[in-house]
Design a protein around this ligand. Structure first.
Ligand code: BDP
Length: 730
């Protein structure tokens, strides 16, 4: 045939060859604007035609007075032009003043006479809040985004874009919003060599080596993404800090980032190493009572504010996991924190002093140690110190009860530390939406001032009347093209930011919002995506640490299962320390018969946690050591229930895979395929967790596998021998 064609007509042959080549190219090439996740929630693809038509008359002109004199107003203009222009597939006209119906006026009372005259209720909105309202001004109908400050306008403008992205009608819009929490921060655990502790999305986005000369455009996109959420600060470096971050060379680099972030309302903070006066200051002590040390920190703070005039302050990990701290000199955490606080106070900076402490030579239950160390210091911290407490008393486990320090230090502002990066929840590869976990903690009731004393009210300052308030999330961001190592991990950054603004927003509502912005408005994606996301965290709990178990991960990197590990130097590094399983039973007795950790909670909570029947399945083995045949509410005994939970977890991941597959026709190939592949990894590894855990716990309980529970395909020795060298983030 072929030779025939060649023989008969060379032109025809060339034409068909070209055709074949084009077809092949179409099959293998990636479309130019393939989705790779880089755009996060700053996506502005055109809305459906009818929606565009509905919005267009309302978004004809963009009026931002005096924008030429302010970088923030210019950032607002750029984003609105890009956003409205993209979503409506036509750019709005830019105007100095209202010139007809369909305006969007973005202004403060200072920049606009119309806003001054409109009598809007701006007074109570503070310096970050805003209004979005339909209004008739100068005889024309339109929408105003109004605030007391440009930062308020920034947040309001991003909110307006969110309304469009989620198809919310603008007619008669009437929104007033202001953040409930003052410091809304990301904590980067990024090192100066660009490795990221517990980072699973590539290297640090901070190119320390080339800063301040090279400014990666990613820094601006980072600021835009955060400003959308209302995040207003970022700690650039790891809490396990190098003192070098405080040297002039590195301060210049931090200052360059601060310049990029400033228009977006984001302040820069640094983790400070307590022994810096020795390491880079040439002193022979870092003792807080030593006048030379005090002088050194004062001078250092002055130096920092000369290059970063709006520097936020220090985050400090002291006397924790080998880090230096005031206790090295017989001083308390309060004395250490106040030393740094006094150097920052003249400039308005704060110290965020971490409460993540536990000592290897302290035989006390690790879950109790932070409370024991800090609660007696209540009232001793300076006004510009806030104590940063992890959500639970151990360490970012898939599920923990809320930290007993919340509510227990009425005279000290406490801020929340959540982990967004999933150190203990399958790194970047497993799909686990953390919204339900954050919600569970924020809504937990401490009962310290009776019912309704939620953790949210502790950290928003309401419960004990604090003005200094904060929340931090350990970032999951890296140099990966999609920023977070998977598309769904972006939702964790998103939900953290949204809840930081308003801790009472629900996880489900935020997931809906994120899904619409990320994948479009098809109801099938929304319904299925929501079901996947909302079930995902519990699935991880079930296949890793069911029924209140914790810290069963393998040594060091915390990835795979290691419930058998019991030979590490520090007792509380061993999974066996946490599960306490033996022939007779399993679980950590934290009632008054055991470590009495329950007594650190308010009486009503202590009573609930101490009761086997009232504590609930989710935290059962966190607080109780129970016999294997303990009868569970399900009708199974404890051993059977444990095996059932492991199976349930694996099944849930199988279901997520099927659900995702059903969305294939609706989602672009790039994002569909990456997610599908990661879900396959997750299912394989959920199975591994389940098999290894059941093999181990059965070797201890020596009970037969419950009916319907399949035996692990390998021996326990096999699972113990599995190694994972070179796991990331370690
Ligand atoms: C643990 C991490 C460790 C951190 C520590 C912390 O494994 O890498 O340094 O928390 O929060 O979860 O300081």
């Amino acid at each position: 045939m072929k030779s025939d064609v060649i023989g008969k007509s060379p032109t025809l042959f060339l034409a068909s060859l070209l055709g074949l080549l084009l077809m092949a190219a179409a099959l293998i090439s990636v479309p130019v604007n393939a989705e790779d996740g880089y755009d996060l929630w700053l996506r502005y693809p055109p809305l459906e035609a009818d929606t565009r038509e509905r919005y267009r008359p309302q978004l004809r002109q963009l009026v931002i007075p005096e924008r030429e004199r302010s970088q923030t107003l210019q950032a607002i203009e750029r984003e609105l032009v890009r956003g409205v222009g993209g979503l409506l597939a036509s750019a709005p006209e830019l105007r100095e003043r209202i010139e007809g119906d369909g305006f969007v006026l973005v202004a403060t009372p200072q920049t606009s006479r119309a806003i001054r005259g409109a009598g809007l209720p701006l007074r109570d909105l503070g310096d970050e809040g805003y209004l979005i309202r339909s209004a008739t001004l100068d005889g024309h109908k339109g929408t105003v985004v109004a605030a007391n400050t440009e930062r308020g306008l920034l947040y309001g403008s991003f909110h307006l874009l969110r309304l469009l992205q989620t198809n919310t009608p603008l007619a008669d819009v009437d929104i007033a919003s202001q953040p409930r929490i003052g410091l809304r921060l990301l904590n980067h655990w990024d090192n100066l060599d660009r490795t990221v502790e517990r980072g699973y999305a590539g290297q640090s986005i901070w190119d320390w080596w080339n800063l301040p000369d090279l400014l990666d455009p990613r820094y601006t996109d980072y600021a835009r993404a955060n400003a959308t959420l209302g995040i207003n600060g970022t700690v650039l470096n790891n809490v396990n800090a190098s003192a070098d971050s405080l040297t002039p060379r590195y301060l210049a680099k931090a200052a360059a980032l601060a310049d990029v972030f400033r228009p977006y309302g984001i302040r820069v903070y640094l983790s400070a190493r307590f022994s810096a006066p020795v390491e880079i200051g040439g002193l022979d002590t870092a003792d807080p009572k030593n006048p030379k040390v005090q002088r050194w920190w004062k001078d250092k703070a002055d130096e920092i504010y000369r290059v970063i005039p709006d520097f936020g302050g220090f985050l400090v990990k002291a006397n924790s996991e080998g880090q230096p701290g005031p206790q090295d000199y017989g001083r308390s955490h309060a004395e250490g924190a106040n030393l740094l606080a006094r150097s920052l106070a003249p400039h308005g900076g704060v110290v965020m002093w971490r409460a993540f402490v536990y000592q290897q030579d302290n035989p006390e239950d690790r879950a109790k140690q932070a409370y024991s160390d800090f609660v007696p210091l209540d009232g001793q911290f300076d006004d510009n110190v806030i104590v940063q407490v992890k959500n639970g008393p151990i360490d970012f486990q898939p599920r923990e009860p809320f930290h007993p320090m919340f509510g227990a230090m009425p005279s000290t502002p406490l801020m929340m530390e959540f982990q967004i990066t999933k150190e203990y929840l399958g790194f970047a590869s497993h799909l686990a939406y953390l919204g339900p976990m954050y919600e569970e903690v924020l809504r937990a009731d401490t009962f310290v001032k009776g019912a309704g004393s939620t953790v949210a009210k502790v950290i928003d300052g309401n419960l004990h009347n604090h003005r200094l308030t904060g929340i931090a999330g350990v970032a999951n961001i890296g140099s990966a093209r999609d920023w977070t190592g998977s598309i769904f991990n972006q939702a964790n950054w998103y939900v953290f930011g949204r809840m930081a603004w308003n801790p009472e927003l629900g996880a489900e509502a935020i997931a809906r919002e994120w899904l619409q912005i990320t994948f479009g408005r098809d109801p099938r994606i929304l319904e299925t995506g929501l079901a996947m996301m909302m079930a995902s965290r519990q699935a991880v709990v079930d296949y890793m640490t069911p029924l209140g178990l914790a810290h069963l991960m393998a040594t060091g990197h915390h990835y795979g299962p290691g419930p058998w590990v019991s030979d590490l130097a520090r007792p509380e590094w061993n999974p066996a320390y946490y599960h306490r399983a033996d022939r007779n039973g399993i679980g950590f007795d934290r009632t008054s018969e055991g470590s009495d950790a329950v007594s650190q909670y308010a009486p009503a909570v202590a009573k609930q946690f101490a009761s086997r029947s009232a504590v609930g399945d989710d935290l059962l083995l966190w607080f109780h050591h129970l016999p294997w045949d303990y009868p569970m509410p399900s009708g199974r005994d404890l051993w059977e229930e444990l095996a059932h939970r492991y199976d349930r977890g694996v099944q849930a991941v199988g279901k997520m895979r099927t659900q995702w597959r059903s969305l294939e026709p609706l989602i672009d190939a790039g994002r569909f395929d990456k997610t599908a592949r990661l879900l396959a990894v997750q299912e394989r590894e959920a199975q591994w967790w389940r098999d290894a855990s059941i093999a181990y716990f059965q070797s201890v309980s020596r009970r037969p596998l419950p009916e319907g529970v399949s035996p692990p395909p390998e021996t326990l020795e096999y699972y113990k021998a599995v190694e994972y060298p070179w796991a990331p983030g370690h």
